[in-house]
Design a protein around this ligand. Structure first.
Ligand SMILES: Nc1ncnc2c1ncn2[C@@H]1O[C@H](COP(=O)(O)OP(=O)(O)OP(=O)(O)O)[C@@H](O)[C@H]1O
Ligand SMILES: [Zn+2]
Length: 711
């Protein structure tokens, strides 16, 4: 009984083999005219009696050079498929390294031999696998010696670690920015691996490129145990190597992005989820799983039949998700707190800039600009957050009202001055900036609004006369998805920032995340207001986290701050300085903010007090997309769980058309997770049936998003 790597096939398929195969064994099987990778799955109740010879096809190859995927892993895949409403085959096989699909059994066997040999020759002890070094396949240069001695834990770190180890619940490490959460992760991993010579640890981070320091620290300290990485930036060959090393238990530490939650780790005993609030843990395609939520499930599943705390989870954040925060408040998770920064440094003081009182058209308030210049002159760095890339979000003609809309999407094409293009950030459409207004011929078309490209240009202009500490002109660095497209450029630019090559860092949310900048003393946010009034109920939570995380990049080196005699500040330019969000921000009071948000959510019966799913349909016309959802909703009236659910009418998505495809969505809400789950499982059939109705002609696809993060 195997499930091939293609979705939409429904239940597993039956194959025969001359000898029994253990569940979890990787095989190659025929499927139609093709030969595909499959996984042997348990099929309780399946009987081969009465099966005519030739009715089931034969397994072609058995990958017996590696052990089968274990029961806990299979349990995780089944659960994820069920919970996120996808087929088991899709989830299970998408969780395997893609290159495995193209491999013959003997090729795999050869690869394993090579890996084993590399491991044997690269270190005396034989524990450090060559491929553990993710640096583009370069041979492992580091010796197996433990070359960096861990620092002594701060009292708060020591208490947190001790309490973590004395409990068996999932733990939420609520540690302020710069409180040294990473060191707690490192120590938890170290003590586990020392105490259990087999144990493996999984450490997840939102985006690995953003935290090269974290990766470096794990590699330095734990080289002897084999550290491998798993993320989308690896070559297919590296990904396979790393996966195999983890699967064989030879790499004992796996560092990865959300996809790593599905890695095979037969001796898994600890899962760390750093920056657990980060939206990137939720997949936005295929099975829309939350790696953080699956971490909780996986640890529980791994502990089944063993001691309760056999596999532990450690979530960490200075701004936890409200879901995790609440779980910690009610004792479902263990709450660990580290309110102090390492070195006792202060958190930045909030300075709200009331934009109603600034000179007209001002980009940065004069006082802010002055403060940035003064800091640069003293050798301090500043960081300016603007969560919008490009030069301007739209070009407009003031004569006729023409706007630079994307021809394929219901969205503006963004003006990028660098290459004079209009680029759609939704479908990727790109066109040259027109010389004159395409509608009326007016030559005077102008950018409206501001993106990072423009901010970078303006700041450079505004600070043209200012000087850095060495007397040279101020250097501005811009970091966003555009400036870091080339491989390695993000790492390189970040390194430059760390080394003090730049005075001002301008960028999107990627500059606010996790970085341990040592010389930043000022952080400014220049267009946060959008988040104050957005329609998505998660917008305030996102905005608060973003601002607090951004603020957390400042003043991280207490002795530097003291020696400079400087004031560490968070500047926020806003048209709404009275907004209550800023009062909580001024106090750096996440618990107060969370309490207020949770109260609102409870009153409105929003998650985490209710459970949601979003069904999205894509079609040639908006009518068809909506019709599919509405028809399926009608057909679902009698399904199990329905009485506990609210189905809202289908509506166009916020960006209704992308790449000429119309998109609609329907929100489903319930106060009962099991009811929602039961309904969704049964409802898929109705959605499928609704597709063949004439009203739904032109529907291309639909998908369910359980626990959606954006509505
Ligand atoms: N016990 C310790 N002794 C000395 N320095 C430490 C100790 N623990 C951590 N540090 C240092 O403190 C700094 C901040 O630590 P870290 O980056 O882990 O903070 P964090 O809690 O992850 O913050 P953020 O949430 O902002 O990412 C780092 O430079 C780290 O090397
Ligand atoms: Zn577009």
């Amino acid at each position: 009984m195997t499930t091939p790597a293609y979705s939409g096939l429904g239940p597993a398929l039956t194959y025969v083999h001359e000898r029994p195969l253990e569940p979890g064994t990787l095989v190659r099987v025929p499927l139609g005219q093709r030969e595909v990778l499959g996984l042997v799955w348990e099929a309780p109740g399946l009987s081969l009696e009465g099966l005519e010879p030739g009715q089931a096809r034969a397994v072609l190859q058995v990958f017996d050079a590696i052990p089968p995927l274990d029961a806990a892993w299979r349990g995780l895949a089944s659960f994820a498929a069920r919970y996120y409403q996808r087929s088991l085959g899709e989830v299970a096989l998408a969780a395997l390294p893609p290159q495995l699909r193209d491999l013959q059994a003997e090729q795999l066997a050869r690869k394993l031999k090579r890996l084993a040999k590399a491991a044997g020759s690269s270190t005396k002890g034989g524990h450090q696998p060559d491929a553990a070094n993710s640096n583009a396949g370069a041979p492992a240069a580091e010796s197996a010696a433990d070359n960096s001695a861990p620092p002594e834990l701060s009292p708060e770190q020591a208490v947190a670690l001790q309490r973590f180890q004395a409990d068996d619940r999932p733990a939420l490490l609520f540690g302020t920015t710069g409180s040294g959460k990473t060191e707690v992760y490192l120590r938890a991993v170290q003590e586990l691996l020392e105490q259990d010579p087999q144990a493996q640890a999984l450490v997840m981070v939102p985006e690995i490129n953003l935290t090269p320091q974290l990766e470096a620290r794990f590699r330095e300290r734990f080289a002897r145990w084999g550290v491998v990485a798993l993320h989308s930036g690896l070559t297919p060959a590296q990904r396979l190597d790393h996966w195999l090393l983890a699967h064989q238990g030879r790499a004992r530490i796996l560092l990865g992005t959300r996809m790593a939650i599905f890695a095979s780790l037969p001796q898994l005993r600890l899962i760390v989820v750093d920056e657990e609030h980060d939206p990137s843990y939720k997949s936005q395609e295929g099975a829309r799983y939350s790696a953080r939520d699956l971490a909780i499930y996986r640890a529980k599943r791994e502990s089944e039949g063993r001691s309760p705390g056999h596999c532990r989870v450690l979530l960490g954040s200075a701004t936890p998700s409200l879901e995790s925060w609440r779980a910690a408040e009610i004792g479902r998770y263990l709450k660990l707190e580290m309110p102090q920064r390492i070195g006792g440094g202060a958190l930045p003081r909030l300075r709200l800039v009331n934009m109603n009182h600034q000179p007209k058209q001002c980009v940065l308030a004069p006082a802010l600009l002055e403060s940035i210049a003064e800091r640069a002159a003293r050798g301090e760095q500043s960081m300016i957050l603007l969560n919008r890339r490009g030069y301007a979000p739209v070009l407009a003609c003031h004569a006729c009202g023409w706007k630079s809309d994307c021809p394929h999407c219901s969205a503006h094409a963004v003006f990028h001055k660098i290459d004079r293009t209009l680029r759609c950030h939704h479908c990727g459409h790109s066109a040259r900036v027109p010389y004159a207004c395409p509608d009326c011929g007016n030559l005077d078309i102008a950018p409206v609004g501001r993106g990072t490209e423009q901010l970078e240009e303006q700041i450079a202009g505004l600070l043209a006369d200012a000087r850095r500490a060495d007397g040279g002109p101020i250097r501005v660095l811009r970091l966003d998805a555009d400036s870091t497209r080339a491989k390695g450029s993000l790492e390189q630019q970040l390194a430059g920032m760390h080394e003090g090559e730049f005075d001002v860092l301008v960028g999107t949310q990627m500059i606010a995340k996790g970085h341990d900048f040592r010389r930043i003393t000022l952080v400014a946010s220049v267009n946060a207001d959008g988040g104050l009034f957005a329609s998505d109920y998660r917008a305030p939570e996102r905005l608060f986290a973003l601002l607090l995380q951004a603020a957390g990049r400042a003043g991280r080196d207490a002795s530097f701050v003291a020696s400079q005699g400087t004031a560490v500040e968070l500047w926020v330019q806003t048209w709404y300085p009275e907004h209550p969000l800023f009062a909580a921000l001024a106090q750096h009071d996440y618990p107060a903010f969370a309490a207020q948000q949770l109260q609102e959510r409870e009153e409105a019966l929003m998650p985490p007090y209710s459970f949601q799913a979003l069904v999205r349909a894509e079609a040639r016309t908006q009518e068809a997309a909506q019709a599919l959802l509405n028809l399926a909703a009608q057909a679902g009236e009698a399904l199990p769980g329905r009485e506990h659910l609210t189905l809202y009418p289908a509506v166009p998505m916020a960006i209704q058309r992308v790449a000429n495809i119309e998109r609609a969505q329907m929100l489903i809400e319930s106060d009962s997770r099991p009811a929602l789950q039961a309904f969704l499982a049964a409802w898929q059939e109705q959605l499928q049936l609704a597709r063949s109705r004439p009203e739904a002609k032109g529907v291309l696809r639909w998908a369910i998003d359980v626990d959606p993060q954006a509505i």
